[in-house]
Design a protein around this ligand. Structure first.
Ligand SMILES: Cc1ncc(COP(=O)(O)O)c(C=O)c1O
Length: 424
């Protein structure tokens, strides 16, 4: 292989890592920190997130949205990376926070978020969670069903701003597990029911109906379903607020084509100008597209096995720290972190007791060996969120890197943590 084609390969791989990542002497650096130093200090598997990349993405969303529609707010879907330090960062960048449930709400408030800029979701909210939200002064609660209205009318004594989540009856082109806008979805109210909820809320003494909410799913790579969702809710009447949800996809592999934030917002705003009142306040709730590409996971190779039909590289993590593959069939890419480049094809598998515990079906890795580090980019969204203790795995740390500095924002779980709630 000539140096130039090797360098080209490395450059292509680097495109999937956070901006500012680099390769020096064939070794990956993220946020100015060498992969090997991160593994030595924090062990593996480890989730690494680049702070500059996160902040840049948050600002880009914020500025591009307000340029196009000044009366607007980007509300970060915090389920994508729910750790207090990340809530604080998003809050510092001026974003509102979308929370689903009491735990996320608690972290948002702990991080200093203004409760008025918190949007509370959930298709099954408990009295306890609603009371937490009301007591904290959460600005917006999204009504998903008629029981939400019953509960809130019982619990709210002053005034509470609400939105009605409408099912726009759009089957978004994404995995069935992440589609939420089709008629059969468990989320939101079909149009006829939404109309009944709107009529009821307009007569409520305590619930102030501010507007509508719509969210059609996640990892959507086409702008048209988003604009169709706006067209679907527009005939429901004129409101002060429209929350258009999240769902824009992230670029997980070199070949995938993902609309840019600007393309996505151009499409949304063009349709909003046509269909929605010009003085309305617009909200969007990006999660995945805001945080996924700022993160990566570092693993250690534990074995390389040549099977009958393929060769396996098995690492010290897997579905305990990345359920995206087994839940949604998400495709990822990877490289040996200390030998960045391509080589033979391998199947990258985890250490858990499931044949479905596969991180990548086929990935070209350069001479992977036992003890090598493997870097899997674009793991910033939903991986840490859904990390678990399958096979007694210890959930990984979250390490934030920035300009050569590192900060642990979640430490690795210990065996003591593992048994802390286990009462023999
Ligand atoms: C109500 C709501 N808003 C926003 C999001 C964020 O979606 P994404 O991470 O795909 O942007 C979700 C994700 O499931 C959601 O349920």
């Amino acid at each position: 292989m000539t140096t130039t084609s090797h360098q080209r390969e490395q450059a292509r791989l680097l495109e999937l890592f956070p901006p500012g990542s680099s390769v020096e002497h064939d070794e990956l650096l993220i946020g100015g920190v060498r992969a090997r130093d991160l593994a030595d200090e924090f062990g593996t598997p480890a989730m690494i997130v680049d702070e500059n990349a996160l902040r840049a993405r948050a600002r880009r969303y914020r500025d591009d949205f307000s340029e196009r529609w000044p009366n607007s707010l980007v509300v970060w879907a915090s389920k994508s990376l729910p750790r207090t330090a990340i809530y604080r960062l998003m809050n510092e960048e001026g974003l509102g926070i979308d929370v689903a449930g009491g735990g996320e709400m608690m972290m948002a408030l702990r991080a200093g978020a203004d409760p008025q800029r918190v949007v509370m979701h959930g298709n099954a909210k408990s009295d306890h969670e609603l009371t937490m939200a009301i007591d904290a002064g959460v600005g917006t609660i999204v009504i998903d069903n008629f029981d939400d209205i019953d509960r809130l009318e019982r619990l709210v004594h002053d005034e509470q701003g609400v939105l009605v989540r409408v099912l726009p009856e759009i089957a978004a082109p994404t995995h069935a597990a992440t589609a939420t806008g089709h008629i059969d979805s468990k989320f939101g109210l079909p149009v006829a029911d939404a109309q009944r909820a709107i009529a009821r809320l307009r007569n409520s003494d305590t619930l102030r109906l501010d507007g509508l909410h719509v969210h059609i799913g996640s990892q959507i790579l086409d702008t048209r379903p988003f604009t169709r969702a706006i067209e679907a809710i527009a005939p429901l009447g004129e409101f002060a607020v429209y929350d258009l949800g999240g769902g824009l996809g992230a670029r997980y592999t070199f070949d995938s084509r993902v609309p840019t934030i600007e393309e996505y917002l151009d499409a949304l705003i063009a349709t909003a100008r046509e269909c929605l009142p010009s003085n309305a306040r617009l909200l969007i709730e990006p999660g995945r597209s805001l945080v996924a590409e700022a993160g990566m996971t570092l693993y250690r190779v534990l074995t390389v096995k040549h099977g009958a039909h393929r060769s396996f590289v098995a690492v010290d993590g897997g579905m305990g720290d990345n359920l995206e593959v087994s839940l949604y069939g998400q495709a990822f890419d990877a490289t040996v972190a200390t030998r960045v480049g391509r080589g033979e094809n391998f199947t990258l598998v985890g250490r858990h007791c499931e044949s479905g515990d596969q991180l990548i079906e086929t990935v070209a890795l350069r001479e992977p060996r036992v003890g090598d580090l493997i870097a899997v980019p674009v793991t910033g969204a939903y991986c840490l969120t859904m990390s678990n203790n399958y096979n007694g795995a210890l959930r990984p740390p979250l390490v934030m890197v920035r300009d050569g500095h590192v900060r642990v924002v979640q430490r690795r779980e210990t065996y003591d943590d593992l048994i802390a709630r286990d009462l023999p």
